[in-house]
Design a protein around this ligand. Structure first.
Ligand code: C2O
Ligand code: CU
Ligand code: CU
Length: 510
């Protein structure tokens, strides 16, 4: 039995298990991790209004590009009412400012590091040349310079104080996010606040009658744990984030918190009109998986219109929405049938106690609605993958000299080693195999799911994916093709504690 006791009990407590039981073994895991209980007094749920992160304004624009500037700095912010929480923030806020790009228009983001530790910025889901992809060794050192307290690995492209990330944005409309990606410390850095949205729009999306503007709302879901004084409690081996990677022995499976934050607010509430809304749901948690459901449930539930890599071909209705760390689900929720005064709660079937709900909508008024979810959304051309498996990646627990860690094909991450050489523009069939639950993420280009276990793709596997929610003991085939940009990229588990404890591999592309 690979399920840790507490995770297992948590599953038993969740209604999700009952739903998942028929035909599945009890070993099927939906998340791994151990709780860090908060010591702070938790606020009453559904009382804080939902914040929406501010949209960044370009510092300048040319005929072909927009230029942004973001300062990474420490700040004290109010996440729990009445308490002050020290964070590491893009522009000192959590989530960071949302960057909005137009497909086909270059976006250049200068990051200035005013923190005391090195950082790396990765645009998750971005089709980005290697130099701007945010490789784990490509550190941006603090503006204050290298004081000798932190590890700088050989082989990275290190810059002093600042770096320009140059994004061609030649991809279709999609919900991307940017976050820290420093080798060994990604879990700690994101936990403390280094994450934000980056949205891409295009003409295909604009031509659809979907809800837009203030009815197109990004929702960043995380779980956190708070100390009495409001400080975040991350069980790092090296809380200063200098050179010792990892978390204490109790949390090697992943760090779970008991406070659910949406866009940085605990269990917030959003007032809505009785019309359709589009929500771009991002699971930015370190290890927690969510299975969301609406109570009461509108007739069509969640109407999924997009996934990691943008719009689906056609909408898919879900009674529940399963989302693993790193994944995005673009959904439309129709509140039309609810009378003003109705409260619609987003519950989490994988949670228990304080984590069994995420947020709430309060229907306050009727309003006319000229939006619609068309039967056809976009074109998703299937990749023609070979029948034979081109390569296999096995995501496995592994003993390390200092304790337990995580491996891919039995190997822990070594940035100096190339794990796979992949030609450009060739469609490959990859087999991904797991021991326990692992959300697997591939950089550079999205993929398509061909098969999950003995069946075809699962209900959430449609369209273009860059992160695949693989349960324990599962095997899936994906069709992968890298269009362009030769260079070194990574493939890793997006459970950030697994990633930092070496569940990462290097792909030499082209
Ligand atoms: Cu969202 Cu390589 O990460
Ligand atoms: Cu990524
Ligand atoms: Cu993992």
């Amino acid at each position: 039995m690979t399920v840790r006791r507490r995770t297992f009990l948590q599953l038993l407590g969740g209604a999700g298990l009952a739903a998942a039981l028929p035909g599945c073994s009890l070993l099927e895991e939906q998340q791994t991790g151990e709780m860090v209980p908060s010591r702070a007094r938790l606020p009453r749920r559904f009382s804080v209004p939902l914040p929406v992160p501010p949209v960044a304004r370009p510092v300048r624009s040319t005929a072909e590009a927009d230029f942004y500037s973001i300062t990474q700095r420490a700040a004290d912010v109010e996440l729990l009412p009445g308490l002050s929480t020290p964070i590491l923030g893009y522009d000192g806020i959590f989530p960071g400012p949302t960057i909005v790009s137009r497909s086909g228009r270059r976006t250049v983001v200068e990051h200035r590091n005013e923190l005391t530790v090195p950082t790396v910025v990765h645009l998750h889901g971005g089709h980005t040349p290697a130099a701007s992809d945010g490789g784990p060794l490509d550190l941006v050192l603090p503006v204050g310079g290298d004081d000798g307290t932190f590890a700088v690995h050989e082989g990275g492209e290190v810059t002093m104080g600042r770096r320009e990330y140059d994004y061609p944005i030649t991809q279709r409309a999609a919900t991307l996010w940017y976050h820290d990606h420093r080798m060994d410390f990604t879990g700690a850095a994101i936990y403390r606040g280094l994450a934000g949205f980056h949205l891409v729009h295009d003409d295909v999306e604009d031509a659809l009658p979907l809800p837009r503007e203030d009815r197109d709302i990004p929702l960043m879901l995380v779980d956190r744990s708070f100390d009495e004084d409001g400080a975040l409690q991350y069980p790092a081996v090296d809380p200063m984030m200098h050179d010792q990677p990892g978390v204490d022995a109790d949390h090697l499976e992943g760090v779970l918190g008991d406070v659910i934050l949406v866009n940085g607010a605990p269990w917030p509430v959003l007032e809505v009109a009785a019309v359709r809304y589009r929500f771009r749901v991002l699971n930015a948690a370190n290890a927690r998986g969510f299975e969301l459901a609406l109570r009461p449930n509108p007739a069509r539930g969640f109407v999924q219109i997009g996934s990691d890599g943008g719009l689906l071909e056609a909408p898919v209705e879900h009674a529940t929405l399963r989302i693993a760390p790193g994944e995005r689900m673009d959904v439309v929720v129709d509140f039309t049938e609810f009378a003003p005064g109705t409260e619609v709660t987003v519950v989490n079937l994988l949670g228990s106690g304080s984590t069994d709900a995420v947020m709430r909508f309060r229907v306050t008024r009727r309003q006319s609605d000229d939006t619609a979810v068309p039967a056809r959304l976009s074109e998703v051309k299937p990749l023609q993958a070979p029948d034979e498996v081109t390569r296999e990646f096995r995501f496995l627990r592994r003993r390390l000299p200092g304790g337990q860690g995580w491996s891919i094909n039995g190997l822990t991450y070594d940035p100096m080693r190339v794990d796979a050489e992949i030609p450009l523009d060739r469609v490959e069939r990859w087999r991904l195999v797991t021991d326990v639950h692992h959300p697997v993420h591939v950089h550079l280009d999205p993929f398509q799911v061909l098969r999950r276990g003995p069946h075809g793709p699962g209900p959430y596997d449609g369209g273009w994916k860059d992160t695949l929610d693989l349960r324990g003991g599962e095997s899936a085939d994906i069709a992968v093709r890298f269009r362009d940009y030769a260079g070194h990229y990574v493939l890793h588990c997006h459970n950030l504690e697994h990633e930092d404890l070496s569940m990462m591999a290097t792909l030499a592309i082209g």
